[in-house]
Design a binder for this molecule. Structure first.
Ligand SMILES: NC(=O)c1ccc[n+]([C@@H]2O[C@H](COP(=O)([O-])OP(=O)(O)OC[C@H]3O[C@@H](n4cnc5c(N)ncnc54)[C@H](OP(=O)(O)O)[C@@H]3O)[C@@H](O)[C@H]2O)c1
Length: 276
């Protein structure tokens, strides 16, 4: 991997995951910088990863090829405004992982024609199995596309979006998606216990089944619907369960749930835009 300098503004969970992933991918720790106001957190990052740490955002961002905004969405406008002159002068790429913040808002706070990639990762990024959607504004150069891609790939898979408004669908699908699977696990575990299994056994069987099914689906060229059909013999045990799901109209429930999440993502985006 190249030795481009990447500066993180905010050294919390998401920054820590990206830093860990980038180092495993071979990015030199000396080319990674972090600005973090909390002294203890800052020192821990330096000790654990050997990255350069700073108290001031502007010092961390100085000369960086990419500046990753990894603070909470409510802090982004203030952070972006403070760095705007420096980023424009340097021509750095700005990558924002803040949920809901639109690239046009960022461009406004950064004060002009700045190269911006908006990223929407999800929490499995914390264990390097994230799914991240990326959107680049028109100012992003090809080598900056590549830098954004290799950076976010350090914590999982990435997909590029051609239209930013697809971010609401992404938020509904993969952003909130881990919670839907946790909910399913919760339901299966408690149903297993209701059938007489102890909690530990029900939990292990549920989690390993989830992992096994995900691996099979990823490794197979078949659609999940076909994989399901193959393990559902007419009149068998799986068919008995699927009949119950169908009677409750599970597919329609999922469609409604994701629609609600996408609507909420859009409304939150509006709110974040309006507060400024
Ligand atoms: N965690 C995820 O899985 C995930 C998934 C998708 C998107 N994201 C996005 O990633 C961003 C970061 O999330 P996170 O979970 O990493 O949050 P986090 O753990 O709270 O990290 C944010 C860090 O930034 C620091 N900070 C606050 N104000 C700052 C400032 N003005 N300048 C520099 N640093 C500042 C915070 O310090 P203090 O605690 O002292 O304020 C904290 O250490 C959010 O915008 C979130 O929407 C996260």
């Amino acid at each position: 991997m190249s030795e481009q300098v990447i500066a993180f503004i905010g050294g919390g969970n998401m920054a820590r995951s990206l830093i860990g992933g980038l180092i495993i991918d071979g990015h030199p720790p000396a080319a990674l910088r972090v600005a973090e106001p909390d002294t203890e957190r800052r020192e821990r990052l330096a000790e654990e990863f050997g990255v350069q740490v700073f108290e001031e955002n502007a010092t961390a961002a100085r000369g960086a090829d990419a500046v990753i905004l990894a603070v909470k969405p409510a802090m982004i406008s203030a952070v972006a405004r403070d760095l705007s002159q420096q980023i424009q002068a340097q021509g750095s790429l700005v990558i924002s992982v803040a949920a809901g913040i639109r690239s046009r808002s960022l461009a406004e706070w950064l004060g002009g024609d700045v190269a911006i990639v908006r990223a929407m990762p999800n929490t499995p990024a914390l264990v390097r199995t994230g799914s991240t959607a990326l959107f680049a504004n028109a100012a992003v150069a090809p080598e900056q596309h590549e830098l954004a891609e290799t950076t976010m790939r350090a914590v999982g898979i990435i997909v590029w979006l051609t239209q930013e408004d697809q971010m609401d669908a992404v938020t509904a699908l993969s952003g909130s998606g881990p919670a839907y699977f946790f909910y399913t696990m919760e339901a299966m575990q408690s149903a297993g216990q209701a059938l007489g299994l102890d909690a530990k056994t029900a939990r292990l069987l549920t989690l390993e089944t989830a992992l096994g099914a995900a691996r099979m689906a990823l490794e197979s060229s078949e659609e999940p619907a076909e994989l399901r059909r193959r393990v559902t013999s007419p009149g068998g045990t799986t068919a008995a369960a699927i009949d119950e799901f169908d009677q409750a109209n599970l597919l329609a429930i999922y469609a409604r749930a994701l629609e609600a999440a996408a609507k909420r993502a859009h409304a939150l985006g509006d709110e974040l835009e309006e507060t400024e």
